[in-house]
Design a protein around this ligand. Structure first.
Ligand SMILES: Nc1ncnc2c1ncn2[C@@H]1O[C@H](COP(=O)(O)OP(=O)(O)O)[C@@H](O)[C@H]1O
Ligand SMILES: [Mg+2]
Length: 511
């Protein structure tokens, strides 16, 4: 391990082992962070990245291993210890108190200082705002802030506590591309001042955009650490996945047919009674994938729920294959030939406490051949489940296994398999590959394209911009409940997409 004499690494984690029931989340992991370094921690979902950093932040105790901060061996029993050692962490899910202001949240937090008069905190926030271009008003309430602003508030909170080491866990998942690049300049500035930054991600492009060094984890182990000049996209991807990865999906030419889904002037209320979907209109035709891009939380969920019957439509109409489907029940809509691949797998996708076999007939148990008189024909159900398991390569011991015991990827394969097996004319897929590994992701994308080629109409909502751009024939961008534009993926740049995702209409975006 070559570092300049006299310049101790900020962090040295040695042979860290962390076991959870049934899984070794960290298996003898070594990790080092130097001052003035942005170190990407790259790996697929479940690789053990968050666990490793939660250990450093004192949220978990390792079963084995040692931690050194600036050469001194330490025990980090809780986040308070971590902050005393100069370690700050911004979690994937923010931990700010919504009904307080930014300044009040800082006053509430752990800090190395004794007293925190609000005025002093306000000044400090302004100072950080200027120094790092972290534009934020100390007196705005957390609930008033966008996800990007809340993240800035979290970063300011860490800086305020005196952090020299900043851990960011998948920080771009709630940001537009524009906000992401702002974040990158902020952390580069911190790096240039000698702070150390751990940047957790599963996105290769981000590693190339910010990191000086990258450590790749897979299944709890460190596969390797490389300086960026030795890294290539192909190399990192194969380290991450354990095999070669195909980056470009081949798509057959686009031959749209008759309209299948027609949405007109749809208005849907959100949980807080405000309009979450504001007069949205679009059409999806046979053989077409219409993508809906946008940062999560801009009305996509309410739109999908309204179409599939899980949420009431306030005004406007939905027609599915020329039948009025406005405010019909989920079962009536499913029976029109609609397959739904929901984002909330455990809530709307499967029944966790039922078996894989029972889950495979959730949408058809009341129909032949599964129903005989008043009874369900379990041999037929088992047959179907066995087919699905084979066809979709679902890792499960038997069809009788409870669905909740499946991994995320296998759960999703079961849902996708069940929905596609019914040969739907319309498929509604909401973040279908969210949280899945590269293998399962590739597979599910291929299945969707295959259905499109066979004439299904697909409405694909995804907050993964690459996914929407790769799969869709047309892309609608949603912002604040409205569709700000519908474009063809080949005719827009990522920059234009990014502007649209922050609410700027395309005519203005291309000016
Ligand atoms: N609190 C926990 N209890 C049980 N298992 C956990 C817990 N946290 C993480 N795991 C498991 O540890 C493994 C690594 O998870 P995690 O560190 O979150 O991965 P990553 O951040 O790379 O996606 C996964 O198999 C996950 O299910
Ligand atoms: Mg994680």
């Amino acid at each position: 391990m070559a570092h300049v004499v006299g310049q101790e690494p900020l962090i040295r984690m040695v042979n860290i082992v962390k076991e959870f029931p049934g899984v070794i989340a960290n298996d003898h992991v070594n990790f080092e962070l130097s001052p003035g370094e942005i170190h990407a921690l790259l790996g697929e979902n479940g690789a053990g990245k968050t666990t490793l950093m939660n250990i450093l932040y004192g949220l978990y105790q390792p079963n084995e291993g040692e931690i050194y901060i600036k050469g001194r061996k330490v025990k980090i029993k809780n986040p308070r210890d971590a902050l005393w050692l100069g370690i700050g962490m911004v979690h994937q899910h923010f931990l700010l108190v919504e009904r307080h202001t930014v300044a009040e949240n800082l006053a509430l937090g752990y800090t190395r200082r004794q007293v925190n008069p609000l005025n002093e905190i306000r000044d400090k926030i302004r100072e950080f705002s200027i120094k790092y271009h972290l534009k934020i008003d100390p007196d705005s309430y957390i609930w008033q802030l966008s996800a990007g602003e809340q993240q800035k508030a979290e970063i300011i909170k860490a800086l305020y506590s005196g952090a020299e080491i900043l851990i960011l866990d998948e920080p771009t998942s709630v940001l537009t591309p524009q906000e992401s690049s702002e974040l990158f300049s902020i952390i580069k500035k911190m790096r240039d001042e000698g702070k150390g930054i751990v940047f957790i991600t599963h996105k290769l492009a981000e590693v190339f955009a910010v990191a000086d060094k990258v450590t790749v984890m897979r299944k709890g182990k460190v596969i390797g650490t490389l300086p960026m000049k030795e890294a290539s996209k192909e190399k990192l991807a194969s380290m991450m996945v354990g095999r070669e990865v195909v980056f470009v999906i081949k798509k057959k030419p686009f031959k749209p047919g008759k309209p299948v889904l027609e949405v007109r002037n749809l208005v849907v209320l959100g949980d807080r009674g405000r309009e979450a979907v504001k007069s949205v209109s679009f059409t999806v035709r046979e053989g077409e994938i219409l993508g809906i891009a946008g940062v999560a939380g801009n009305g996509q969920k309410e739109l999908i729920h309204a179409i599939v019957g899980l949420r009431r439509i306030k005004s406007g109409r939905v027609r599915i294959m020329s039948t009025d489907a406005t405010n019909k029940s989920p079962r009536e809509i499913a029976d029109l030939g609609v397959g739904h691949i929901p984002e909330e797998r455990l809530k709307f996708g499967i029944v966790p406490d039922m078996s894989v076999a029972e889950n495979s007939i959730l949408k058809s148990y009341y129909k032949p051949p599964y129903r005989k008189g008043f009874l369900i024909d379990y041999s037929k159900v088992r047959e179907l489940a066995e087919d699905l398991i084979k066809e979709y390569n679902i890792a499960v011991p038997t069809p009788g296994t409870l669905a909740k015991l499946l991994s995320g990827g296998n759960m999703q394969k079961l849902i996708v398999g069940r929905e596609l097996k019914r040969r739907p004319k319309l498929i509604i897929a909401s973040n279908p590959t969210f949280g899945l590994d590269v293998g399962a992701t590739e597979y599910i994308r291929k299945m969707l394209l295959q259905e499109r080629d066979e004439g299904a109409a697909i409405l694909l909502v995804s907050s993964d911009l690459d996914e929407v751009m790769q799969l869709s024939d047309r892309v609608a961008v949603m912002f604040n409940g409205e569709i700000v534009g519908i474009v063809e993926p080949e005719e827009v740049t990522i920059k234009e997409m990014s502007l649209m995702m922050s609410g700027i209409r395309l005519e203005e975006a291309v000016k």
